[in-house]
Design a protein around this ligand. Structure first.
Ligand code: EPU
Length: 417
């Protein structure tokens, strides 16, 4: 299994390009199931999760073609097999995103019920309840969610928790429902807005995406479209946090500052000087960071997907900080690994108290999920000596060419097989 080996202690410096967003790409690919015409996506990141989704869609009957310029064409003329099998759902929970579109267009779907996860329980009850409210009959049979509906019927749906993929699933399903659907307490994440933009280009009638009430007026059919995937705000934040922790100076091209306010605010509080230009973000960090406290919550608050990376900054910062994780119940696995590098972190339930230590020392650590791996990379970049990160297949799910990009910024990093 691949490992990453990092010789720490080099401040990052230079320029790189941010990739297309994983968490926008996955639902956008599923939107292709809603029409028999071709959907063309550009700025597609080359990631393991994207490949997994492509395999799943191909199995369902979608014709897939890739060009050499990060373009992807998907044509779901016929849906042969409306099933997301266990083997795929267990490696990628976002497979659940085929449920709404398949049900809406084909009238039936079978999706393996996602099991436990490294970061929390992550049930999908709100996806199921929402689709039932739209008129679907749903049962769980042999570990599969079996859903059937003649034609979905629009209705008002209140989601009692903010769920990103839940909102996306229901928004996609509602596009082909009869009548109007109102999603209340909807997720406001920029990835939901990107999906709504693409669906609108396909002929959907959606209002309010980006607010907590989304109204969808169902149409009989959607058509093909072309859409450019938004840039990855979490990849952007990860590189900024890495530069800040290492005392570096970097510029990110293709980055969107407006969707990263909560993260930029915290990095500034830590002492970074950040400037936004036209599609670029630059960060300069000239001193040891100050510890910053955060509380994760749905957008526009501080994203749970940046919590681990910010913790990596806090562990070497000056002072004590408190990190409160409110989105997932078990998202501190990285803290235990960071302790192996010398970090001083105390966990109590959903709160971590981090006492900044001046330096970390390289060791072998294990990645447990995607963002945990990213935080260990940051810790490795600032640790003295050599850090080996095992199980980096987690990292490949969501960071395109991470070691090439870091090497371009001067990091001493290599992958061994
Ligand atoms: N929840 C329920 N019931 C549901 C759905 C969600 O109780 O039916 C709970 C979850 O257990 C969790 C909270 O609601 O405690 C929020 O979960 P959400 O549904 O928003 O998460 P998700 O849609 O499964 C997406 C991202 C995650 C990101 C979260 C939160 C994608 C493909 N995944 O997951 O990304 O952490 O939103 O922002 O968009 C990552 O990229 O590393 C990642 C995990």
């Amino acid at each position: 299994m691949d490992k990453l080996i990092i010789q720490g202690g080099v401040p990052l410096s230079g320029e790189i390009r941010v990739s297309g967003a994983k968490n926008a790409a996955l639902p956008l690919m599923c939107a292709a199931l809603l029409t028999r015409e071709q959907l063309t996506l550009s700025n597609v990141p080359h990631l393991r999760d994207v490949s997994t989704m492509l395999r799943l869609l191909a199995q369902i009957g979608v014709e897939v073609s890739l060009d050499d310029r990060l373009g992807l064409s998907l044509k779901a003329e016929r849906l042969l097999d409306p099933v997301a099998p266990y083997e795929m759902v267990k490696t990628m929970r976002a497979s659940i995103l085929v449920l709404g579109p398949l049900l809406a267009r084909r009238g039936e779907a079978r999706v393996s019920l996602p099991g436990g996860c490294a970061i929390g329980l992550r049930p999908v009850d709100l996806h199921i309840k929402g689709l039932e409210a739209l008129g679907a009959e749903i049962s769980v049979e042999q570990g599969y969610i079996a859903a059937r509906a003649k034609r979905l019927k629009g209705t008002r749906i209140f989601m009692d928790m903010v769920t990103v993929t839940g909102t996306e699933n229901l928004m996609m399903a509602a596009c082909l429902a009869e009548g109007t659907t109102v999603l209340e307490n909807a997720a406001r994440e920029p990835e939901v807005v990107d999906l709504a933009r693409c669906l609108s280009a396909m002929g959907a009638r959606i209002q309010g995406a980006g607010s907590d009430v989304i109204t969808i007026e169902g149409v009989a059919e959607l058509r093909g479209a072309s859409h450019r995937i938004m840039s990855d705000r979490i990849e952007t934040g990860t590189f900024l946090a890495a530069a800040a922790a290492s005392g570096g100076e970097i510029t990110l091209n293709g980055a969107e500052a407006g969707i990263l306010d909560a993260v930029l605010e915290k990095l500034r509080e830590a002492g970074a000087d950040i400037r936004a230009g036209n599609g670029t973000l630059s960060l300069v960090m000239r001193r040891r960071p100050s510890g910053v406290s955060v509380r994760t919550a749905p957008y526009p608050a501080f994203p749970t997907d940046m919590q681990a990376q910010l913790m990596a900054l806090d562990v070497i910062a000056e002072g004590t900080s408190v990190i409160n994780e409110t989105v997932f119940e078990n998202r501190f696995m990285h803290a235990l690994e960071m302790r192996r590098l010398g970090a001083d972190i105390e966990i109590s339930g959903s709160t971590a108290v981090v006492r900044g230590v001046g330096r970390l020392q390289g060791a072998t650590v294990m990645a447990t999920d995607l963002r945990a791996s990213a935080s260990l990379v940051i810790a490795g970049l600032v640790a003295e000596g050599e850090t080996t990160i095992e199980r980096i297949y987690h990292l490949d799910r969501g960071y395109e060419c991470i070691e090439e990009k870091l090497a371009q910024l001067g990091a001493r990093i290599r992958r061994v097989h």
